[in-house]
Design a protein around this ligand. Structure first.
Ligand SMILES: *Cc1c(COP(=O)(O)O)cnc(C)c1O
Length: 434
């Protein structure tokens, strides 16, 4: 079993990127290496470095890099001249995906959704969801939440909280109200009750919404996990006010919190669900908006796109559904490993007074400041661990290891994180003592 991290410590010539790639690049700045290969939980750079991946493409690689079963399915499909691009034509790959999705995901959960294949990224799925909600209800306002993240195109960006991201829009981001998420004012304020009160009050200034758009665990917003009760209350509020409940499961779905959907077993059913990131299982672009059949009021082609339904992604997504979601074994394994992760993070948090965040394998620690979080994650990277931050001040160190990680590799990565937290806190104390 491979558990040895091996940072290369060398920075390749970056002049090509500085000369020809836009300054908008971001992850490449905190991880200045040139990567070539990856398998499972490991990424390799061109200097012989081997990095343990605790980022997983922000939860796009839940099944690890180049999973052998998914890879073989795709290789076989390409070798047999399977359709690569077919607009939204019926294809065998699409039929296989829809069949597997119906059999393994929808039917066992008693869910009845139609699948709308949108453009290939998550933000495309969110745009389709809010556009449909506005069309069906005839209303404009979408209620989103503080620290919510929903994508970078204008409609989805309007629903995103982060001001640095919003300010890139260059135009007003309208028709969205950002209401306080669960716990925003601390544990004693029930923000669902506040929302219910405002919506019930004809003089509150809050218009009747087309949709309430929510993440069950906020990924980019700092791994805030809403309580099941709060989510059920929000679902009930949406229903009471004729608004559609949209769960953005782009990051929290596909097993990240245990179940295939992050709302599995929580006692409510969204009207619309968005999926992307790990849906293809192999990091191929693939997004999906699920909608209750009654909501399917689109005219043919009313919402369009050249890349709707990536056939290569259908193939790998189907292989992932059949391999990981045919029974409950994977979910149980993820939840067991999530328990190990929680214990280890709780130990680190208790020692240093950090705050625990998240749910399932979508967990992290808030270290209080973005500066400290950056010091720790930089030191982790220098030791061969790929790990990132999120939250309003980038103060939350997030562990998004592939769900297939074995216990030994998980422990090896957490050892590094624990060490680097200790080093950074010791350095902090030394500075404070001076
Ligand atoms: C990543 C993400 C998106 C946007 O997906 P892209 O593929 O980057 O467009 C939307 N919502 C959530 C919750 C996300 O984590």
């Amino acid at each position: 079993m491979l558990t040895k991290l091996k940072p290369s410590g060398s920075i390749p010539d970056r002049s090509l990127y500085e000369r020809r790639e836009s300054a908008v690049r971001s992850y490449a700045r905190s991880m200045p290496r040139q990567f070539g290969k990856a398998e499972g939980v490991w990424m390799h750079d061109d200097q012989g470095g081997r990095y343990l991946d605790f980022l997983s493409g922000c939860s796009t690689l839940n099944y690890g890099h180049n999973h052998p079963i998914l890879k073989q399915a795709l290789l076989d499909y390409i070798a047999a001249d399977g359709i690569a691009h077919g607009l939204d034509l019926h294809t065998e790959a699409k039929a296989d995906f829809l069949t597997a999705f119906e059999e393994l995901i929808l039917q066992p959960r008693g869910l009845d959704y139609r699948a709308m294949f949108t453009g290939p990224t998550g933000t495309n799925a969110v745009e389709a969801a809010i556009k449909l909600a506005r069309k069906v209800t005839g209303r404009e306002l979408v209620i989103a939440f503080t620290n919510g993240f929903h994508g970078m195109t204008l409609g989805a960006l309007a629903c995103t909280g982060n001001s640095a991201k919003r300010s890139g829009a260059g135009v007003p981001l309208a028709h969205v109200a950002h209401e306080p998420y669960d716990g925003y004012f601390g544990p004693d304020v029930d923000t669902a009750a506040l929302l219910a009160q405002r919506l019930a009050d004809p003089s509150s200034g809050l218009d009747a919404p087309a949709a309430i758009l929510v993440e069950t665990v906020q990924g980019e917003g700092g791994l805030n996990a809403a309580s099941p009760k709060w989510l059920r209350d929000i679902a009930a509020i949406a229903q009471a006010h004729g608004a559609l409940l949209i769960v953005d499961d782009i990051q929290a779905g596909c097993g990240r919190t245990g179940g295939f959907f992050s709302f599995d077993g929580l006692g409510f059913t969204p009207d619309i669900v968005t999926l992307a990131k790990s849906l293809s299982g192999m990091g191929l672009p693939f997004a999906l908006t699920l909608l209750r059949p009654e909501l399917d009021q689109w005219a043919p082609g009313e919402h369009n796109g050249t890349f709707r339904g990536n056939n290569h992604a259908f193939v790998t997504a189907t292989a992932a559904l059949r391999h990981f979601w045919s029974d409950n074994a994977f979910e149980h394994d993820v939840l067991r490993r999530a328990g190990l992760l929680e214990q280890r993070l709780a130990r680190i948090a208790a020692r240093h007074g950090f705050e625990m965040r998240g749910r399932g394998m979508m967990r992290g620690i808030s270290v209080g400041s973005g500066e400290l979080a950056a010091t720790i994650t930089r030191a982790c990277f220098d030791a061969g661990l790929i790990i990132e931050t999120s939250g309003p001040h980038d103060e939350v160190i997030k562990v998004l290891a592939p769900l297939v990680i074995d216990d030994a590799a998980l422990a090896a990565g957490l050892d590094v994180l624990e060490d680097k937290c200790r080093d950074a806190m010791a350095a902090d104390l030394a500075v404070a003592a001076e």
